[in-house]
Write a protein that binds this ligand. Structure first.
Ligand SMILES: Nc1ncnc2c1ncn2[C@@H]1O[C@H](COP(=O)(O)OP(=O)(O)OP(=O)(O)O)[C@@H](O)[C@H]1O
Length: 317
């Protein structure tokens, strides 16, 4: 997974002297699921439009599958499937007919198009509704049809703008697992924009936190926690009876430990820059103390995201 399929360098888009995207640099690897996370107005859609060649950058460079979308938008369009947040289908046509229509726009021969449409409708769980008019589809069904629609041209990359908007929790779960499955089975790179933390956390390999046109941080959950909490990226929760002062001093003296917080007579939390849970367990045991529980506490994307926004203007969020 170390072949960049989306390469963005110092990319900016300025509207009326205000940067919508501000010197963005980002590499997305082939086969990765990358989540672009940020509040409304952060610049996610503008970034996506520049990747698709729908908006011209003010400055900087962008390459998708090795192609510059500003110069060659049609070549990018052949390789990239884009599912906008407000996707529309011809309401009076069935799901199957809509897919065949998209296939014809992409110059896929009829016989091949029929084969792909049937297979995709099956993959997205719409085989039973393929001959139903899309005007009668639920929002979740339309999103699943949308996925089939972007996949009909066998893209290398799919870009999904708020794909779960307006879908009920069960529909969200199904759609996310479908995206995950497609990514794993077909090695399709997925760029997904969202402001739903939990959904992003569930399926993305890496996340970029985007605010006011700037990428504040990027990485997997551990990287993000590391960047944000620096020398306190890990918390080891210990329950032991009793918590002995000598033992606490011993732990405080470890080079990885920044502080120890004693919550009550038998519980403490140890903040450290590495996961040293086994070392801490051994130290506690060496004091002949009854260790009843030891676990690593993980920061969730919720904590990470909100901490990034602490003290920032987030009134659009
Ligand atoms: N065509 C345009 N003309 C002027 N300003 C624009 C234009 N398109 C976007 N903007 C501004 O650029 C900023 C970024 O908007 P963008 O739509 O990219 O954000 P977003 O993160 O996708 O938000 P959302 O989640 O609401 O879609 C906003 O302040 C928006 O008002």
């Amino acid at each position: 997974m170390n072949e960049a399929i989306i390469e963005i360098q110092e990319l900016s888009k300025i509207y009326d002297d205000v940067p919508a995207v501000d010197k963005l640099s980002l590499s997305i690897q082939k086969g990765e699921i990358f989540g672009l996370l940020g509040p409304n107005g952060a610049g996610k859609s503008t970034t996506i439009f520049m990747l698709l060649g729908l908006t011209e950058p003010t400055s900087g460079n962008v390459h998708v599958c090795g192609i510059d979308p500003t110069r060659n938008p049609l070549e990018v369009k052949k390789r990239v499937g884009y599912l906008p947040d407000d996707l529309g289908f011809y309401q009076n046509m069935t799901g199957y007919e809509n897919l065949l229509y998209t296939a014809s726009l992409n110059e896929i021969p009829r016989e091949e198009a029929e084969k792909r449409a049937r297979s995709l409708l099956e993959q997205v769980g719409l085989e039973g509704a393929m001959h139903k008019k899309t005007g009668k589809y639920s929002r979740g069904m339309k999103q699943r049809l949308g996925l089939a629609d972007v996949l009909i041209k066998n893209p290398e990359v799919i870009i999904l703008d708020e794909p779960t908007l307006g879908i009920d929790p069960e529909g969200v779960r199904e759609l996310l697992s479908l995206i995950n499955k497609l990514n794993k089975e077909k090695n399709i790179t997925v760029l997904l924009s969202s402001h739903h933390l939990h959904q992003v956390q569930q399926i993305c390999d890496r996340v970029g936190i985007f605010v006011k046109g700037k990428l504040l941080a990027k990485g997997n959950m551990d990287d993000l926690a590391g960047q944000l909490f620096k020398n306190e990226a890990y918390i080891v929760h210990v329950e032991a009876d009793p918590i002995d002062d000598y033992m606490v001093n011993d732990i405080k003296g470890m080079k990885e430990v920044s502080r120890v917080e004693q919550l009550n007579h038998n519980t403490m939390e140890i903040y450290c820059d590495k996961d040293i849970t086994p070392t801490i367990a051994r130290t506690v045991m060496s004091y002949d103390i009854n260790l009843t529980n030891i676990s690593k506490k993980n920061y969730g994307l919720d904590e990470i995201y909100h901490l990034y926004f602490e003290g920032r203007e987030t009134n659009e969020a």
